[in-house]
Write a protein that binds this ligand. Structure first.
Ligand code: CA
Length: 361
């Protein structure tokens, strides 16, 4: 997709400009409440947890001067309409996963996860020390948004199926939910891929509208109840090895905030990433054991299936290289990943292998 045609055809620029001319004073008696639309229902494990941590941290760090008013899907806009709502100024900020918005720009995939991308640590390395945050902002300038990462749910599971996947051909014709560029990869394997919001997934799987889906990982998936309607669970997936969440802010709103409140949003977002990742990883193992106790069969895809994922992933990534900004983001990300991996694989990765060998865990 050409970036200029994007700007030309997008109605967002016009509405954003209109909104900024009508902007009300940012602070009333030194206080400001930001309306945050989010893609998760209230109480939704892992995802709404992250949005709530961010909300609480911002209020505490600012001593109540800056607060966030969370709006769940349907309260102001739909789950996948949050991007346009913030871009246009209808809402001040959103909490979501940016790869839902690859239709707006494919580069947004990198600010959640890309196929065969980085682990949570590697994504964070890139974002804060490899140019990722600056590229998030560069992308955000097109849509009048300041980028913030606020959450990471770690390595996501390969997904829920009714039948085992014994070869890549088993994806052919499968009605499967997977957002982002990962979904495009499964599309190359013949799957009928859909992006359905999290709050609607249980119904879609139980009604047969979907044959399978990926959501997050054991802790979130157990709470969503997928084990009640599917019994085959692949624990590792190629599509989201370290899945970040975002809290992007309308750029006019951001620019009107005090430097202190901008810093609070940025640091609270960082802390949310760290805290939520720890929560998820601390709980996934026990959740997986409970799923297995409920009759869920846990499997890994075969090497042949992984090879098919890899081939199709490379094709999908290459198909987007006609967009200059996508290419810039991909180049930056892959350089950082290579740098991170060149140490992590020889240290953490090797150490964990040895610990499993010596201690069994
Ligand atoms: Ca997912």
């Amino acid at each position: 997709m050409d970036r200029r045609s994007f700007l030309k055809t997008s109605a967002l620029g016009g509405t954003a400009a209109a909104a900024s001319t009508l902007a009300a004073p940012v602070y009333a008696q030194g206080k400001r409440t930001l309306t945050m639309v989010q893609s998760w229902p209230r109480g939704f494990a892992v995802l709404d947890d992250a949005a709530t941590y961010l909300q609480n941290m911002v209020a505490e760090m600012s001593d109540g001067a800056l607060t966030i008013d969370k709006k769940a899907p349907g309260e102001l806009v739909g789950a996948l309409e949050v991007f346009d709502a913030v871009s246009s100024g209808q809402a001040d900020m959103y909490h979501s996963a940016d790869y839902y918005f690859i239709g707006q720009h494919p580069g947004y995939a990198y600010f959640t996860a890309v196929p065969f991308g980085g682990t949570a640590q590697e994504v964070t390395n890139w974002y804060y020390h490899g140019g990722g945050e600056q590229l998030h902002d560069k992308l955000g300038e097109i849509f009048n948004m300041k980028g913030l990462l606020a959450g990471n749910s770690g390595s996501q599971s390969g997904g829920w199926f009714r039948k085992e996947i014994n070869s890549a051909a088993d994806f052919n014709g499968l009605k499967f939910r997977m957002p982002g560029l990962g979904g495009k990869v499964l599309g190359k394997l013949g799957a009928s891929v859909q992006n359905i919001p999290g709050g609607e997934l249980y119904q879609a799987l139980s009604s047969g509208a979907l044959d399978g889906l990926e959501w997050v990982g054991p802790m979130a998936d157990e709470r969503a109840g997928f084990q009640e309607v599917a019994k085959v669970y692949y624990t590792a997936g190629f599509h989201e090895p370290g899945s970040a969440l975002s809290a992007n802010v309308n750029l006019d709103v951001w620019n009107e905030l005090s430097a202190q409140h901008q810093a609070i949003l940025r640091y609270a977002s960082m802390a949310t990433t760290h805290y939520q990742l720890a929560e998820t990883l601390a709980n996934n193992g026990a959740a997986l054991a409970r799923l297995q106790a409920q009759g869920v069969k846990t499997l890994q895809f075969s090497d042949d299936v992984w090879d098919a994922f890899g081939k199709a992933s490379a094709e999908v990534m290459d198909e987007n290289m006609g967009d200059d900004l996508f290419a810039e983001i991909r180049t930056s990300f892959e350089a950082s990943l290579a740098n991170s991996a060149s140490w992590i694989n020889k240290s953490d990765g090797y150490y964990v292998q040895q610990r499993v060998r010596v201690l069994g865990q």
